[in-house]
Design a protein around this ligand. Structure first.
Ligand code: CTP
Length: 412
């Protein structure tokens, strides 16, 4: 098995995914979906309908997937390709799914290899509709989608945007990244399902004047990876970020700048959150006053006075509801575990993720990290790994901590 190009998407590694492609103009995006699934380590078995062949070449998909395209119930060496594909799949994703496919599947009619495979599987199914707005809005299509959703099929809604022929409207296939994120979530452990998770990311920016800020070396990579991992495990995720970067599909982003902004964004959401992970590098000092206009050398200012920012993780610890797991980060350059343990206790955290940012390949701006996850009674060392892998280790510790709270409540 080749090494996945994107080892982060762990729930897709070695999973057998059947990719069904129907005949719609959006079929070209299925090629990108196939590529992303294969890059994440999945074994992708493609099925094309007859009409799909009018839009994309079979060779393209066969070359990118893990095995050649299958297209017919009748011309294969196996007499029962649909049961083989359906039974062997860990998941089936149909992208694009046309109105015809949705209608046949909802009605239980198997009129080609793809619909037969969908009816012959017990694996989770993800359908990604794409069609013209008028067809998308037709009650028959909407009722078929509702029927499928009721039966447990995941529907990745079509989006508004430019359609075939240049029309603008609802019905465009979701972006390949969104489709792959939903596939990953369906295959994930689902151990954060129903939970609201807040993650903070990036270094805060404290204004000196309209053009200058005090900030730090954080790039937000660890926070973004944590948000993606939490979404893949079934959570509803809000990422409060200082970084102007698109987040993982499905993650809600709140953009902030300063420590005070971050506090104002997080505090009103905190009480309802099941998990809060403060991965952001929040400034400890800000300019005592912000100049209204750009400070000029000729203004006669020799030094800029600083004042402490408010450590709102202390507030979060003090008012932490019983249902919540509170996680802090400690970026240190010396006495890693002693400093981190001090913060764990002082800020009344459940877990703290300690990382030595002076180490090669760890901490700010790197794609990798090496951490120690500390709780009152536990210590987990996570060796150097991709930040997504580190994120899953942090979330494993969160899930374990929540399980121990639940069992101690039950024991009372
Ligand atoms: N933090 C916060 N608000 C601040 C400062 C820090 O919420 N004003 C949070 C960070 O997001 C992190 C944790 O507190 O999760 C630890 O931050 P860090 O800067 O390492 O700790 P400090 O308590 O500021 O200690 P020091 O700077 O002395 O290391």
């Amino acid at each position: 098995m080749p090494t996945p190009a994107n080892p982060g998407l762990s729930s897709l590694a070695n999973k057998r995914v059947v990719l069904g492609v129907c005949g719609g103009i959006a079929a070209y995006k299925a090629v990108e979906v196939a590529r992303r699934l294969v890059d994440a380590g999945a074994h992708v078995a493609p099925i094309m309908t007859n009409a799909a062949h009018r839009f994309i070449g079979e060779t393209t998909l066969s070359a990118l997937c893990s095995e050649p395209v299958q297209k017919s119930l009748w011309d294969e060496t196996s007499p029962i390709p649909h049961t083989k594909l359906g039974q062997g799949a860990d998941l089936i994703v149909v992208a694009p799914a046309t109105a015809r496919l949705l209608g046949s599947y909802a009605a239980g009619i198997s009129n080609d290899l793809l619909t037969a495979t969908l009816l012959a599987t017990a694996a989770p199914v993800v359908v990604c509709p794409a069609m013209h707005t008028e067809m998308w809005e037709h009650p028959a299509v909407q009722e078929n989608l509702a029927t499928l959703a009721r039966r447990g099929v995941t529907v990745v809604d079509a989006e508004p945007g430019r359609l075939a022929g240049g029309d603008i409207g609802h019905g465009r296939l979701a972006a390949p990244a969104t489709i792959v994120a939903e596939v990953e979530r369906c295959l994930g452990p689902n151990d954060l399902a129903g939970m609201q998770v807040i993650v903070s990311a990036g270094g805060t920016q404290e204004a000196i004047d309209p053009v200058r800020v005090i900030t730090n070396r954080s790039t937000g990579k660890q926070g973004y990876a944590l948000a993606a991992a939490a979404y893949a495990r079934g959570a509803q995720v809000t990422l409060v970020s200082t970084v102007d970067q698109p987040a993982h599909p499905g993650v809600e982003v709140v953009r902030v700048e300063s420590a005070a902004d971050m506090q104002a964004a997080i505090m009103p959401l905190a009480a309802a959150a099941h998990v809060i992970i403060m991965a952001a590098a929040v400034a400890d000092f800000r300019p005592a006053s912000v100049a209204e206009n750009k400070i000029k050398k000729g203004d006669g200012i020799d030094a800029i006075a600083l004042q402490r920012t408010h450590d709102f993780l202390v507030d979060l610890g003090a008012q932490k509801p019983a249902h919540q797991t509170l996680v802090g980060f400690a970026a240190e350059t010396q006495d890693l575990e002693a400093n981190a343990r001090g913060k764990l206790e002082r800020k009344k955290l459940d877990l703290i993720v300690a990382n030595d940012v002076s180490m090669d390949g760890a901490g700010f701006a790197h794609d990798t990290n090496q951490v120690v996850i500390l709780s009152e009674n536990n210590r987990v060392v996570v060796p150097m790994a991709n930040k997504r892998v580190i994120s899953d280790a942090v979330l494993d510790a969160v899930v374990q901590q929540r399980a121990s709270i639940a069992s101690s409540v039950n024991d009372r």
